[in-house]
Write a protein that binds this ligand. Structure first.
Ligand SMILES: NC(=O)c1ccc[n+]([C@@H]2O[C@H](COP(=O)([O-])OP(=O)(O)OC[C@H]3O[C@@H](n4cnc5c(N)ncnc54)[C@H](O)[C@@H]3O)[C@@H](O)[C@H]2O)c1
Length: 410
């Protein structure tokens, strides 16, 4: 286990503050201000606000990988006359770009197409230089998560935003959840009583093909269950803490069932100066499948939000499906009131920086692992892990406090 005491977020004096980090007024965002009326956007997108409004020109850097889902969205919104697709850019070949101009070099693309908005969907360690070039070229950003890998980089981008007046929405799409707003309202109204803890758990299975999907897969300081696939779980929990967040301590336990540099199984506990502890317990070596839940436990009730699907149960056993506001539409329509501005993700970057500075993950004894399938579809399972992530989240515990998972290297 590694832990750290309190330290400052960029731009804050004294304790950490994710809202007050020399953020321009327009980039303050609405982390706690997503209204119900704003939220469900699963219907077809509405046409542009006025027939005269010229659709904004949107470019995408990093058009393969997850960029493909952005391309589908851009096409859909373009057909609805909500935007114009200015260009795609990727250092690799882009398949089926249609009529959209394709560039290999983002500087050339910025100079020639002058987009109003750029979606950056390149590997995390490439985000900062590309983001700086885009804002200096006069573009607003939809920057994929994790936005930055270090607080100093976070600060550098924030300074560039302040200087240029551009804004940056971070691709934590689950922050647009109407369910999250409902949970926040339940906390604020006292409906759940005193909040004892906020936690998240998830159990996914990722095979050998996943861990060789791209050059940065499984690489130290870039990838990992906590840092990448379950980043949304941590961000959702942090978003429910009293704002501004001031972090008192961070503890992390990381394990790996494969020969990778990062964690495929981990627990994280963040203790804020004000508010309840946050625990995140996740694995990519699941026996079955737990999609990802945020659990808020109070003295008078509890809430569980299945954040990938926006399903919510609020002090009842019954689930309801809530909707979600779309980050790109929010950026296009309301850039002065962003759902996920860079500033509100500073606490996430602080946690990430701590994870990356922690010792490399502990390799689990192969005798306790089970293999399924072969070739690229080979899976490694940690028997009992699905129940363990659930229990860790409920008990606000690290794995080593409630199981025989080791805390020391063999
Ligand atoms: N929001 C989400 O749910 C979600 C889901 C998946 C990935 N992501 C994020 O999206 C980003 C990309 O992830 P990915 O899985 O698609 O990675 P990837 O490696 O599969 O794809 C990245 C693409 O960027 C291109 N690229 C790399 N450097 C470039 C450069 N300098 N200029 C132009 N193109 C460049 C690569 O050729 C590749 O096509 C990461 O930040 C990741 O965490 C977010």
């Amino acid at each position: 286990m590694t832990s750290a005491g309190a330290r400052d977020l960029p731009g804050s004096a004294g304790a950490r503050d994710i809202r007050d980090n020399a953020v321009s007024a327009r980039d303050k965002g609405t982390l706690s201000g997503i209204t119900r009326a704003q939220a469900p956007t699963h219907e077809a997108p509405a046409p542009a606000k006025s027939a005269k409004a010229k659709p904004k020109r949107v470019a995408l850097i990093g058009a393969n990988g997850h960029g493909r889902s952005h391309r589908r969205k851009l096409q859909e919104l373009s057909e609805a006359n909500r935007l114009e697709v200015a260009a795609y850019c990727d250092v690799a070949e882009v398949d089926e770009p249609g009529e959209v101009p394709v560039y290999r070099d983002h500087q050339a693309m910025l100079a020639e197409t002058r987009p109003d908005v750029v979606i950056i969907c390149t590997p995390p360690h490439t985000h900062l230089p590309i983001a700086l070039d885009c804002v200096r070229a006069g573009a607003d950003l939809l920057l994929e998560k994790p936005p930055m890998l270090a607080l100093a980089d976070h600060e550098t981008l924030q300074a560039a935003l302040d200087e240029t007046g551009q804004v940056c929405q971070v691709g934590f799409q689950a922050l647009g959840s109407a369910g999250l707003t409902r949970v926040r309202e339940a906390i604020a109204s006292g409906a759940l009583g005193e909040i004892i803890g906020i936690s998240a758990f998830g159990a996914w299975q990722r095979d050998d093909a996943y861990w060789s999907r791209s050059p940065w897969a499984g690489k130290r300081t870039i990838d990992g269950a906590l840092a990448n696939p379950f980043a949304h779980a941590t961000m959702q929990c942090l978003a429910l803490l009293p704002q501004p967040i001031r972090i008192a301590s961070i503890e992390v336990e990381r394990y790996r069932a494969r020969p990778i540099e990062v964690d495929d199984t981990a627990t994280l506990r963040v203790r804020p100066v004000d508010g309840p502890p946050v625990v995140v317990a996740v694995t990519l070596c699941a026996e079955g499948f737990l999609p990802g839940s945020v659990l808020v436990q109070g003295t008078a009730g509890e809430a569980e939000l299945e954040y990938p699907t926006d399903r919510l149960r609020l002090s009842t056993p019954d689930w309801e499906t809530t909707g979600r506001a779309d980050l790109l539409l929010n950026l296009l329509d309301d850039r002065d009131s962003l759902i996920a501005p860079l500033a509100v993700t500073a606490a996430f970057t602080a946690v990430l920086e701590h994870i990356h500075a922690a010792p490399t993950p502990i390799a689990l004894d192969p005798a306790r692992l089970v293999e399924r399938h072969a070739g690229p579809a080979r899976q490694v399972v940690i028997p009992g892990i699905d129940q363990l992530v659930r229990t860790a989240a409920r008990r606000l515990a690290l794995f080593s406090e409630i199981s025989d998972l080791p805390t020391e290297r063999p």
